[in-house]
Design a protein around this ligand. Structure first.
Ligand SMILES: Cc1cc2nc3c(=O)[nH]c(=O)nc-3n(C[C@H](O)[C@H](O)[C@H](O)COP(=O)(O)O)c2cc1C
Length: 344
């Protein structure tokens, strides 16, 4: 196939991974509005999410919501992909008011974050996994405020210190107003340790709560890991984070068996990211850092980018960086077209 990201022509001949939908994960400091824009354009996602929005003892302001979620001005969608507004906080009443304000501004769904492991979020995020009663109170109040106007979803880790905590946490979350639960299959203490990840902890949850859509998350990076995740978890909706930045058409890869983008397409996406950032009036230096950040992920998904990444990282001037990008993109595209012609 071409590098278009459309379903691979041979997709139907391959076995299916059993993936029905793929969501783009919230990623603070990474999947900000410009990156969401390009990833949603290419990725094949059924949903994306804002970065977490901190709710303190005051209702989150309209200004903050509009700034963190510019999608609100576009019907709540990033292109055509609905964008959840994700809230993080510990005060049930203020969370409820903030959620309602987001809905009045056009949020198509509200997501509650009980998974953020950062020490800097204090008594919020994954810290609340130690207090299922408080989680239950937040979910109850937000659910009551929304009164079914938009879906309410929740994102958690598998526990604070031990995956055996998962059952109690899910009892707190699985209330009438909640339609979906995403679980990053590690505990807060396990942070991002590779060997700690365990998708199979979700199977009993899927079986016990048939009305709750359970979304599996953690280290799903390619067709093989998606198929394994579906097999072990029993979930058919998957959420992808870091892998989505490494492989910009990952949703299509997992759902339809598309071939992961090659180097030329990744660089084209990098140029689109530049255009999106520049249109937002971002400073050149910050744009350059963001392009380097994107490429540091892209080279993990596409080994052919490694040498280019090393060269690109040395550049300190944005116009020189763009010249290199365009030149390399044309070179990789030319090579890809020749390769396709050879295989036609
Ligand atoms: C840079 C970064 C920022 C993140 N920010 C958030 C966030 O704002 N809200 C959230 O619920 N999870 C956040 N996460 C967690 C991801 O959504 C996801 O659960 C985690 O990365 C595991 O999925 P992955 O292996 O597909 O990346 C973040 C992860 C990363 C790497």
């Amino acid at each position: 196939m071409s590098e278009s990201g459309a379903p691979h022509p041979r997709a139907e001949q391959r076995y299916s991974a059993g993936v029905f939908e793929v969501y783009l994960a919230p990623m603070e400091g990474l999947a900000d509005p410009p990156l969401r824009t390009v990833l949603c354009r290419h990725g094949g996602y059924a949903r994306c999410s804002s970065e977490f929005i901190r709710v303190t003892d005051e209702m989150v302001s309209e200004k903050t919501l509009r700034h963190k979620v510019p999608e609100l001005a576009a019907g709540g969608c990033c292109g055509t992909v609905p964008c959840a507004v994700q809230l993080l906080g510990d005060n049930p009443a203020v969370m409820a008011k903030s959620a309602l304000r987001a809905v009045l501004l056009g949020a198509p769904l509200i997501d509650l974050n009980f998974g953020c492991p950062s020490r800097f979020v204090h008594h919020s995020g994954a810290m609340l996994l130690k207090e299922p009663e408080l989680i239950a109170a937040i979910v109850r109040e937000v659910g009551a405020a929304l009164a079914g106007q938009v879906p309410l979803t929740v994102k958690i880790r598998a526990g604070f210190a031990d995956k055996n905590e998962l059952g109690r946490i899910i009892e707190a979350v699985a209330q009438d107003g909640v339609s979906e639960l995403t679980v990053h299959c590690r505990t807060r203490s396990e942070l991002y340790r590779r060997e700690a990840l365990d998708w199979s902890i979700l199977r009993p949850v899927v079986e016990r709560y048939p009305k709750l859509k359970v979304v599996a998350n953690g280290d799903i990076v390619d067709f093989k890991s998606a198929a394994e995740c579906v097999r072990l978890s029993g979930c058919h909706t998957l959420m992808v984070g870091r892998g989505a930045v490494a492989v910009p058409n990952l949703g299509y890869v997992l759902r339809d068996g598309a071939r992961p983008y090659g180097a030329g397409k990744c660089l084209q996406l990098c140029l689109e990211l530049y255009e999106t950032l520049a249109a937002g009036g971002i400073l050149d230096k910050i744009i350059l850092n963001r392009l380097k950040q994107y490429l540091s992920f892209a080279r993990q998904g596409c080994a052919a980018l490694e040498d280019f990444f090393v060269t690109f990282c040395r550049v300190q001037d944005l116009s020189e960086a763009l010249r290199l990008l365009e030149q390399a993109q044309r070179g990789f595209d030319y090579a890809a077209r020749n390769e396709e012609a050879d295989h036609a």
